[in-house]
Design a protein around this ligand. Structure first.
Ligand code: ADP
Ligand code: MG
Length: 463
């Protein structure tokens, strides 16, 4: 019928506009490298902020003692404690708890948000039991993973540049987030010192390095996306401080804000961006990360309903609700292996209240998920290759096989199997066989939590 042909035309157009042939990916990777240089050269020199993290030493394995971490990065936050036993003992014991953030706190006041966080932390500290020992007379120390763009002023202080990922709290912007947390802890009488302020990428890199000394970069694919890597300090023209003894500095790229004319953007992406809380910003993030993939799919389906009467004569009302189709739902549909695509049918029914879908329609929905996920996965691979290029690790020199380990974390990477598989095979495709053998993508499970605790240990006031 005409309807069906219209829907297929919309799908095909989407497929074409989202295309990421290898040549385009190389352009994206090159653009990433160029922007990295520009962001390191001067403050504001690029869309990539290339923030200096003040982390000039990554964990060695010798860290010892009890340390806490707090991970605030999306819809959940986690509190964690770890007893480190040094080179022999390693991670002796760890415990964590996950707390969800009530949505109204994401757009409320700074005071309320940090009070909520401090209260949850205090509650967690109160349950500290067997196997955890804070040295007598010492203050407990915390690594604070705060995964929003921060202009760091020291290892344990930094001002919020802007909120992302659905947070929008005016009075935190420009403030030192460690100060905000410390004040909230004081208000409720929790005696704890923030020893390190990092973001999830840096925590993941620290955790990755603790497990593997060849870890040189970390990438987060979760609600948002970001990357961090180890740069040579003398290759950071905008750094006017003393050169660190290690000669190295970890850079927080804030790559979610990357943008290039080579990115395959569609009208759906443009509409999503315009209607978002941060129009014009985080464009790379908006086509790659977990917060947005499902929403892009919804927008295309909505178009099909409006212009092709794809789901019948009226547009299903639920389909018009922004963000109702979440990436985990999309992933479940994309991975549906049942012959009649039962999961797709069920998701359409349960979430969008669309019943009586034909197999043909369900197949088209799966194809759409594939188009959107593949674009995101292949572009993240190009980003990773951009980092390797910047470090000169995209070639094998004189047969020297220096290993490069990239620590990956985040719910999207962890749970969206087709996404991560596509990302990893695209990295291989871009690097070629010989170089691929030297590059390892490692899942750094809970790197950001443990990593922050490790960095608190290496920046303890008692060292
Ligand atoms: P955050 O990025 O908020 O710190 P996570 O790293 O746990 O948290 O990532 C959570 C995100 O991962 C979710 O917002 C969602 O987009 C994505 N995600 C979680 N589970 C799945 C899944 N099963 N399939 C696809 N994406 C998922
Ligand atoms: Mg996270």
């Amino acid at each position: 019928t005409g309807r069906w042909a219209r829907a297929v035309a919309i799908l095909k157009e989407m497929e074409e506009k989202c295309g990421t042939p290898i040549g385009k990916l190389r352009q994206v990777a090159d653009a990433m490298t160029v922007e990295m240089h520009a962001g390191l050269a001067s403050e504001g020199g690029s869309k990539l902020k290339m923030l200096i993290s003040y982390v000039d030493n990554l964990p060695t394995g010798d860290e010892k003692g009890l340390f806490y971490a707090l991970d605030l990065g999306g819809t959940n936050f986690r509190v964690l404690r770890v007893q480190l036993g040094g080179r022999e003992g390693r991670v002796v014991k760890q415990e964590f708890e996950e707390v969800s953030i009530p949505p109204h706190l994401m757009t409320g006041s700074s005071h309320e948000l940090f009070d909520y966080i401090a209260a949850a932390l205090a509650k967690f500290v109160a349950t500290e039991g067997e196997g955890f020992h804070v040295s007598p007379g010492r203050q407990r120390e915390l690594g604070f993973t705060f995964s929003f763009p921060v202009r760091q002023t020291s290892i344990a202080s930094g001002d919020l540049i802007k909120w992302t990922k659905g947070f929008s709290i005016e009075d935190t912007v420009g403030e030192d987030v460690v100060g905000e947390l410390t004040k909230a802890m004081e208000r409720i009488g929790l005696d704890m010192r923030v020893a390190a302020l990092v973001n999830d990428t840096i925590g993941t890199l620290a955790g990755g390095r603790y497990h593997n000394k060849d870890a040189i970069a970390a990438v987060i694919l979760g609600t948002g996306t970001n990357a961090a890597y180890v740069e040579r300090a003398h290759a950071i023209p905008k750094w006017h401080g003393l050169l660190p003894k290690s000669g190295e500095m970890v850079i927080n790229m804030e790559w979610g804000n990357f943008r290039s004319s080579h990115l395959p953007l569609t009208e759906y992406d443009e509409a999503l961006d315009t209607e978002s809380l941060n129009p014009g910003e985080q464009i790379f993030e908006k086509i790659i990360s977990g917060m947005y993939l499902g929403e892009i799919v919804r927008r295309v389906l909505c178009r099909m309903a409006e212009e092709a009467n794809f789901f019948g004569d009226t547009v299903p009302p639920k389909l018009k609700i922004p963000f109702i189709l979440r990436t985990p739902h999309m992933s479940a549909m994309h991975h549906d292996t049942s012959p009649d695509l039962r999961v797709v049918g069920k998701k359409l029914k349960d979430i969008l209240e669309i019943s009586n879908t034909s197999l043909k329609m369900r197949k088209l929905v799966v194809e759409l998920c594939d188009i959107v996920a593949t674009r995101g996965a292949r572009l993240s691979a190009a980003g990773i290759v951009g980092i390797l290029k910047k470090l000169g690790r995209d070639t094998v020199r004189d047969g020297e096989k220096q290993k490069s380990v990239i620590a990956l974390d985040g719910g999207l990477f962890e749970h969206y199997t087709k996404f991560s598989a596509c990302m990893q095979s695209t990295v291989k495709e871009l690097l070629g066989e010989e170089v691929s053998e030297t590059v390892v993508i490692e899942h750094s499970n809970d790197g950001s939590g443990i990593g922050a605790a490790l960095l608190a240990a290496s920046h303890s006031q008692y060292l």
